[in-house]
Design a protein around this ligand. Structure first.
Ligand code: G3P
Length: 217
């Protein structure tokens, strides 16, 4: 499973990238707002740190304007994936932008039928939002499973990018189902390393080690 980090926080991206944990980055207008940075500047900086796909989202509503924005974003760096919303206009923009050789991430996907359309429009990535479905008492993980089945039934090559991941259990489940990629905030990725029995075990080992009176260095 590829790990994308869902943030425009350059320091967090660098730290995780140095650990080999970052196969790509996803951003969106809310994350750009949170960063307090200019979209073109911060996206360029991220593309200089990470060699994998970096999603940058258009904000236009009409297809022709999305295409113009997508072309501008794609010029930032060769590893840009243009992010478009899963609307009819977004699908049109996806088709044109992928036809021009760009990676396209179709975002705000909340149904299997939407994912089917994105694959047919040539999307590189489909981003189903798990957490936001869970928020309204639906099952985000069921959507990931449905899309996996449908894409496999027809050999669609669009990669399933499990998004809106909020918990470590979301990561485990998405991996179990076979999502190609997951994107999560840096804090969720860090939490994947945590286990109370690891902490407890380490505490016991260190207490016993102190009793030996030895030193390694
Ligand atoms: O990249 C978009 C997505 O991951 C949003 O997550 O937590 O705002 O629903 P969230």
């Amino acid at each position: 499973m590829k790990f994308f980090v869902d943030t425009a926080d350059v320091a967090a991206i660098s730290e995780l990238n140095d650990l080999g944990m970052v196969d790509g980055v996803t951003t969106n207008p809310s994350l750009i707002l949170k960063s307090g940075r200019d979209i073109l500047e911060v996206t360029k900086e991220i593309c200089g740190i990470v060699s994998g796909p970096v999603s940058a989202e258009v904000v236009a509503i009409k297809a022709d304007e999305m295409i113009a924005e997508g072309r501008k974003l794609a010029k930032i760096a060769p590893n840009i994936a243009v992010k478009v919303p899963l609307t009819w206009d977004g699908l049109k923009a996806c088709k044109v932008l992928t036809g021009e050789g760009n990676m396209v991430n179709v975002t705000l996907c909340f149904s299997a039928n939407q994912a089917l359309l994105a694959a047919k429009a040539g999307a590189t990535f489909i981003s189903p939002f798990i957490g936001r479905l869970d928020d309204i008492n639906l099952d985000g993980m069921e959507l990931i499973a449905d899309i996996r089945t449908i894409y496999d039934n027809y050999n669609f090559t669009t990669q399933i990018l499990a998004a809106s991941i909020r918990t470590v259990n979301h990561v485990t489940e998405a991996a179990r189902i076979g999502a190609d990629v997951m994107t999560a905030p840096p804090e969720v990725i860090r939490k994947l390393a945590m286990h109370p029995l690891t902490d407890k075990g380490l505490e016991l080992f260190l207490a016993d080690w102190a009793k030996t009176g030895q030193k390694i260095i």
